[in-house]
Design a protein around this ligand. Structure first.
Ligand SMILES: NC(=O)c1ccc[n+]([C@@H]2O[C@H](COP(=O)([O-])OP(=O)(O)OC[C@H]3O[C@@H](n4cnc5c(N)ncnc54)[C@H](OP(=O)(O)O)[C@@H]3O)[C@@H](O)[C@H]2O)c1
Length: 271
């Protein structure tokens, strides 16, 4: 296997074939980090790598990996180690949601979300954080969601999964500080990426108005990570919504989110 010189800083980005991950790759390459781009769609990763290499004096490696398979996650980690690469920044971003009633979602799809958004994210964090602990430094960004703060009908599994990511990130922020590792959790609101299509979402006009572009979301995440913050909600509208969630009874903010996130909710049965 080709071994690379290691006198550069490396960022590993999961879910780099689209959306936030693609934007993380652009912004880290512009800052001079060499990159390992991870996702399933190799053609998209190659295209991104080819567009970055001539523009920035960095190395860009492509890893086509299905992260929902834990053995593939372990093999990815081993390949990175075998190349002699030490990861300085890990962006744990791959994930997806589904807009569907809990009982209307078939079980493999529901469990697939749990597998990628919770299990794989935990495995990736565990494996690469161990290397960072040995070196006494490193930065980890976990991508959760604004829905980590509110349980939303139609997104039951997804909002529960993202609540896990936020709780994990907050605990690790304190725990790993002792080992010289910064852990920050990014909680974006609805944004203009491949997410809505993958989630088979009906996007209401209100929601469209709230959509952020990936560029400011990613910039806010990188800034928060560099400043050693525990978590960040990007964008003014999302910050206001996070305050609204904290300041109002659950029944109220759950009802508002259910309405905004699900423009065609079936009528609730009266008892
Ligand atoms: N956009 C939003 O509204 C929003 C809001 C809050 C949080 N988020 C979170 O932001 C993160 C990034 O999503 P996005 O908005 O950028 O959506 P996106 O454009 O759909 O990107 C999702 C990325 O995850 C990768 N991925 C999915 N399944 C994978 C698997 N099994 N193995 C490896 N990679 C996989 C996809 O690549 P491949 O398909 O090529 O594998 C893609 O690169 C997710 O965790 C999402 O939950 C998004």
């Amino acid at each position: 296997m080709h071994t690379l010189s290691n006198n550069k800083t490396w960022a590993l980005i999961t879910g780099a074939s689209s959306g936030f991950g693609e934007e993380f790759a652009r912004q880290y390459a512009a800052q001079g980090h060499s990159l390992i781009l991870v996702a399933r769609r190799k053609d998209r990763l190659e295209k991104l790598a080819e567009s970055l290499r001539p523009r920035h004096p960095v190395e860009v490696l492509v890893e086509a990996v299905d992260l929902s398979d834990l053995e593939s996650v372990r093999q990815l980690h081993r390949r990175v180690q075998d190349r002699g690469i030490t990861i300085d920044v890990m962006i744990n971003n791959a994930g997806y949601g589904l807009q569907q009633g809990f009982q209307d979602t078939n079980l493999p799809e529901a469990l697939g979300m749990v597998q990628l958004d919770i299990t794989s994210l935990t495995a990736v964090t565990h494996l690469f954080a161990a290397d960072m602990r040995n070196r006494g430094r490193g930065k980890i960004l976990l991508v959760a969601s604004l829905l980590a703060y509110v349980s939303v009908e139609g997104f039951a599994v997804y909002s529960a999964a993202k609540a896990y990511v936020l709780r994990l990130g907050e605990a690790l922020h304190r725990e790993m500080r002792r080992d010289g590792i910064t852990v920050t959790t990014l909680c974006p609101g609805i944004s203009d990426t491949g997410f809505a299509e993958a989630a088979r979402m009906q996007v209401s006009p209100e929601l469209k108005l709230l959509m952020m572009k990936p560029e400011p979301v990613v910039r806010a995440g990188i800034r928060a990570l560099n400043h050693g913050r525990m978590s960040v909600v990007p964008g003014l509208a999302n910050k206001i919504m996070a305050l609204f969630i904290r300041a109002t009874p659950r029944s109220l903010h759950q009802a508002v989110f259910a309405k905004v996130m699900n423009p065609i909710l079936p009528n609730t049965k009266k008892s």
